[in-house]
Design a protein around this ligand. Structure first.
Ligand code: ZN
Ligand code: ZN
Length: 427
């Protein structure tokens, strides 16, 4: 057998310590804002029945058709690694009878999702998302609030040039009519479409609207627009949503071609971007998106429940935080370094370390080292304010030396009083 060097799977990536602090920061901001807006956290399994996404996300979507990580288990079940959160959370909402709790029910999640995409820069097969969902409220104020929450999180993370693109794709009353209209329009222009859109024209006609192919752009410019064909209720809902957005002062643009590609959306859809920054040479980056999905819960066999949600990609945010050179405060600094010499001192130091932990004073050590010189140079390197020295003699006498690293002054105190004495000097 040849000597194999194991590597991450194609499209998978490790989150190394230097990136972990970005993830931690994002999690911290997301959870604080979730708490402020009264969202409760939910965690659903990464694995689900493949049909949850076939039915929920939709058979004709790219996610299900091309990108789903699905396989058969030893027991013969056909399962999938979740490509997104919404179907899983809707499933949980129904399964646990959460419609019996006070509505609207607000849930949030943070975790990895999976898509079997062609690997390319900034796209991963395992990527992280945070997700917000509100169940049981049909008022458009909720749509605006969901958009506002994702915007506020990114703003709080100091992401620059944020803008939201919004559209309405209608409901069961007006969407089918518009799809027929668009389908007829495309049928007469079949030869002017790209190969993907020729298929979309039959299977998922709305997806034509977000086609990026050069060839389709002239056809798109002339195509009937959904906003001109909304029913009265959808029109009123969208108008009201925009009025709420105006109140929040979130910068937004109307994008009549925005459809979000997933089957379950009704009425409001939006995407959140960091717009192109020519000066810094940063392209327009899509961070996430969401919208309303009033039919999904019922479609899954639950009660008729309006709902609205948003999902944002964590790796995209990290990428932007780096590109935009966003700094944030570091972790709590190490204030004390603990050095020791000899076996008895090591044992005493282990115990002493725990006392500092209980007192919430951050202490670093290198118990594996025996040379006092090497330990002191480490203490200097991390710029500890105080170094504690438990030598062989101190260990026998039940003492510890506190050295002020700035002045070089040293004090001998009893082990029992070490925490108290350090606390006093840290003030
Ligand atoms: Zn096309
Ligand atoms: Zn409608």
């Amino acid at each position: 057998m040849k000597n194999t060097k194991f590597q991450t799977l194609t499209g998978m990536h490790d989150i190394l310590p230097e990136d972990q602090r970005y993830f931690d920061k994002i999690y911290e901001v997301v959870s604080e804002i979730a708490d402020f807006y009264d969202f409760e956290k939910i965690e659903t399994p990464i694995l689900e029945d493949v049909d949850l996404f076939n039915k929920g996300t939709g058979q004709s979507t790219d996610i299900v058709k091309k990108e789903m990580y699905s396989f058969r288990t030893k027991g013969g079940d056909f399962i999938a690694l979740r490509p997104e959160f919404t179907p899983s959370i809707a499933r949980a909402y129904i399964q646990h009878g959460m419609n019996n709790r006070p509505q609207p029910l607000k849930l949030w999640a943070f975790g990895p999702c999976f898509r079997y995409e062609r690997p390319q820069a900034g796209r991963y097969r395992q990527f992280w998302q945070f997700d917000f969902e509100i169940f049981g409220e049909k008022n458009p104020v909720v749509d605006a609030q969901i958009a506002q929450i994702s915007y506020n999180i990114l703003k709080e993370l100091k992401i620059k040039n944020l803008v939201i693109e919004v559209n309405s794709i209608g409901d069961n009353q007006c969407k089918p009519y518009y799809k027929k209209l668009l389908g007829n329009y495309l049928r007469n222009r079949n030869t002017s479409l790209c190969s993907d859109c020729r298929i979309r024209a039959k299977e998922n006609v709305l997806r034509f609207l977000d086609c990026k192919e050069e060839k389709c752009q002239p056809v798109k410019a002339q195509a009937p627009q959904i906003l001109d064909h909304l029913c009265d209720e959808c029109k009123a809902h969208f108008k009201s949503f925009l009025e709420f957005l105006d109140e929040t002062e979130i910068p937004y643009n109307l994008n009549p071609y925005l459809v979000r590609g997933l089957d379950y959306y009704t009425r409001t859809v939006f995407e959140i971007f960091s717009s192109e920054d020519e000066k810094e040479n940063i392209p327009k980056i899509a961070l996430g998106g969401g919208g309303r999905y009033d039919n999904l819960v019922k479609f899954f066999g639950g009660k008729d429940t309006p709902a609205c949600g948003v999902a944002v990609g964590v790796e995209r945010i990290v990428e932007l935080m780096k590109k935009q050179d966003i700094k944030f405060s570091k972790k709590k600094e190490v204030e004390v370094f603990l050095t020791q010499l000899g076996d008895l001192a090591k044992r005493k130091s282990l115990k002493l370390l725990e006392e500092f932990r209980k007192a919430n004073i951050k202490v670093s050590e290198s118990f594996g080292r025996d040379s006092l010189k090497a330990q002191l140079s480490r203490a200097n390197k991390i710029e500890a304010k105080f170094t504690l020295i438990v030598g062989q003699k101190e260990a026998l006498d039940g003492k510890v030396i506190i050295r002020d690293m700035k002045t070089g002054n040293q004090y001998s105190v009893s082990l029992e009083n070490a925490v108290k004495e350090v606390k006093k000097r840290l003030k």
